[in-house]
Design a protein around this ligand. Structure first.
Ligand SMILES: Cc1cc2nc3c(=O)[nH]c(=O)nc-3n(C[C@H](O)[C@H](O)[C@H](O)COP(=O)(O)OP(=O)(O)OC[C@H]3O[C@@H](n4cnc5c(N)ncnc54)[C@H](O)[C@@H]3O)c2cc1C
Length: 403
């Protein structure tokens, strides 16, 4: 994606081309607002391509009674399943329960029932698999002390590509543009306008805008404190999560399995046509997000949990075919317990024409984007139309000469 518009002044500039910035870009574009999206790397090259790749309500957040959040995320999951079926699909997730599991089988089944109800019942309720059924379909799964399993429906998404296509859809509005590989390095306010200096290597570009949005996810505290243009106290609780890919032949998996080790974490094991995704870890990060890659301890942790739950085989590092890590941009809320920190999003306005959006999760990006876009559009005294961001992507017009 290239910038092809030579304008330097924009109604809105969005810094950060992950899924959140992409969503805001598309919503503003659909409202006809002249918007520029900039990223210091490629679009969708950071957190938004490093998730567990699920569009989900987050069944475990039921325990925190975040029912509204779970329902909202399930509604969004259903929307994207409908409008981008080429990028996401439903899967049946299996939660095996053992006699020493943290949550008993009845609790898992009740949770699945509530989850199903909150999802608006578009899917059929799948809830129980007996020990003998599991033995047949998941031959490597440990059967000693196995009580049975709960089964529920969620979705798997191509996170990187969805972000890219959200941006591409926004570019149908010719007054909008994208600037990749340009890092915002300095920011000055003059009158009501913001003046940005962005760099691509040594090359410098000056831009200005009326409204400025930061959708820089886990990089936000570090960036805003360095820009030093308005007061900003750190708001993020950074939590690294790592995944590994293992060889498809390592396990027989008709569908994804959710492992629930006794340390309280949740590990998803998701089969793909050619490999299996395993993750994630949760490690608190202190200091700025720098080199983001899985540590040896995290890889060992994931492999040892695989061996604990799939004890009828042995997984070794030889089966490892890849790995990646990302940083959750969680917002501090008193508690430092990463697992229990809410995935709600927050919008801050450190100045009247600056919007900083933090928290949330991939699944709810459209709602997050709409909260920012609606503020900007209403400030422009234009009507905000929430249905526009629910429309399917525009298909490319075929050039008749090429046909
Ligand atoms: C391990 C893990 C698993 C997850 N799994 C799921 C899941 O299965 N489902 C789900 O719904 N959510 C999941 N999430 C959460 C989800 O991935 C994130 O909430 C979401 O991707 C954050 O997107 P973002 O746009 O805020 O951040 P990012 O994608 O990180 O985008 C921020 C962008 O800002 C850019 N930037 C930074 N500084 C500058 C600068 N100075 N100038 C210009 N650009 C700059 C960066 O290059 C980056 O592209 C997971 C997160 C993690 C870490």
């Amino acid at each position: 994606m290239m910038k092809n518009n030579n304008d330097s002044h924009w109604s809105v500039i969005i810094v950060g081309g992950g899924i959140v910035g992409a969503g805001i870009f598309r919503d503003l574009s659909k409202h006809g607002v002249k918007t520029l999206l900039i990223d210091k790397n490629k679009i969708s090259s950071q957190t938004s391509k490093s998730s567990s790749k699920m569009l989900h309500g987050g069944i475990r957040y039921l325990e925190n009674f975040d029912l509204g959040l779970v329902k909202e995320a399930l509604t969004e999951r259903n929307l994207w399943l409908k409008i981008t079926p080429h990028l996401c699909y439903k899967e049946n997730f299996l939660i095996p329960v053992y006699s020493n599991s943290n949550r008993p089988l009845w609790m898992i089944l009740v949770g699945i029932g509530i989850y199903h109800y909150l999802s608006g019942q578009i899917s059929k309720l799948l809830s129980f698999k007996s020990r003998s059924e599991l033995k047949k379909s998941f031959p490597e799964l440990r059967t000693s002390d196995l009580r049975g399993a709960g089964l529920y429906e969620d979705a798997v998404v191509d996170d990187e590509q969805l972000t890219i296509e959200v941006v591409e859809d926004a570019l149908h509005n010719k007054s909008c543009d994208v600037l990749e590989n340009h890092a915002l390095k300095s920011l000055v306010k003059k009158g009501d306008r913001y003046f940005l200096t962005v760099y691509s290597g040594e090359q410098k570009l000056e831009l200005s805008c009326d409204e400025l949005v930061f959708a820089t996810g886990p990089f936000t505290d570090y960036l805003l404190q360095n820009l030093n243009c308005f007061p900003w106290t750190s708001k993020l609780l950074l939590s690294k999560g790592s995944h590994i890919w293992i060889d498809k032949k390592s396990l027989t998996l008709p569908n994804p399995v959710v492992l629930t080790p006794n340390d309280g974490r949740v590990i998803f094991v998701i089969p793909y046509p050619d490999k299996i995704l395993v993750g994630t870890t949760e490690v608190k990060l202190d200091g700025p997000p720098k080199e983001i890659k899985p540590s040896e301890e995290e890889i060992d942790y994931l492999i040892s949990n695989l061996n604990e739950f799939f004890s009828n085989t042995t997984i070794t590092r030889d089966q490892l075919i890849g790995s990646y890590a990302g940083i959750r941009p969680l917002v501090k809320e008193g508690s430092s317990d990463l697992g229990n920190t809410s995935r709600e999003h927050h919008i801050y306005q450190p100045d009247r024409n600056v919007y900083v959006i933090l928290g949330g999760k991939y699944t709810t990006f459209r709602v997050m984007a709409s909260d920012v876009a609606s503020k900007i559009i209403r400030k422009m005294k234009r009507p905000y139309m929430p249905h526009l961001s629910m429309e399917p992507f525009k298909s490319e017009k075929k050039d008749p000469e090429v046909l």
